[in-house]
Design a protein. Sequence first.
Length: 248
Amino acid sequence: MSSEKFDLTGKVAVVTGAGAHGGLGHAMAVGLAEAGADVAITFRASHAEAAQTATEIESLGRRALAVECDVRSETSVRSAVATAANRFGRLDLVVNNAALFETVPHDRITIEQWDAVFETNARGPFLVAREALIYLRTVEGRIINIGSLGGMKAWTGHAHYCASKAALHSLTQSMAKAFAPDVSVNCVVPGWIEFDDDPTSQAAHFAAKTPMQLNGSVEDVAQAVLFFATGPHFVTGQVLAVDGGLGL
């Protein structure tokens, strides 16, 4: 992925949920490093993959840190953010990528399932942003949340997920107001993204529904994150769909 037009030299980024190799978090973390940033990634269970991603970042000549973090836990988030800030001496950018997705018929969603999704997808970004704010305010920092088309248009079988992402979109705009003028806050909303293990039947189905007649890549999302990370600080409170028109 080319990051030549973006410059994050001397900046420090935190990307949550970036442990899984080949996922969105991995692509964003590597893209930020290619643009010059030192990167801390958080993971919950994928320790080996997170270590691999950290090694990949270091191979680009950047500093890296993989830190275990459960974004549902206030204590865990506080410790992870402090660890990253202490290791690198500053924080300039937070990407709230960690998320939980599942398919459950609306009338079968349990309280435990509802709470687990909201704890990860809405409370997690709130906690990470709150803990990072003290560092971000000193450097005109950026917060970038990763939303979902499901937060814009409800999907059958995903009520709790869609509601949690709609909450994140609203939280983005609330934080943009609350944290201004020191910190800009925006949200990237991916369309259907193809991964290496993407079922071809689903990929073809969504490509046919997309006006651009193709699906997105992890690099497309990473480029949008880089835009918000390096673009005008004046841009804030935006919820940007990177979906080839799928959500229209």
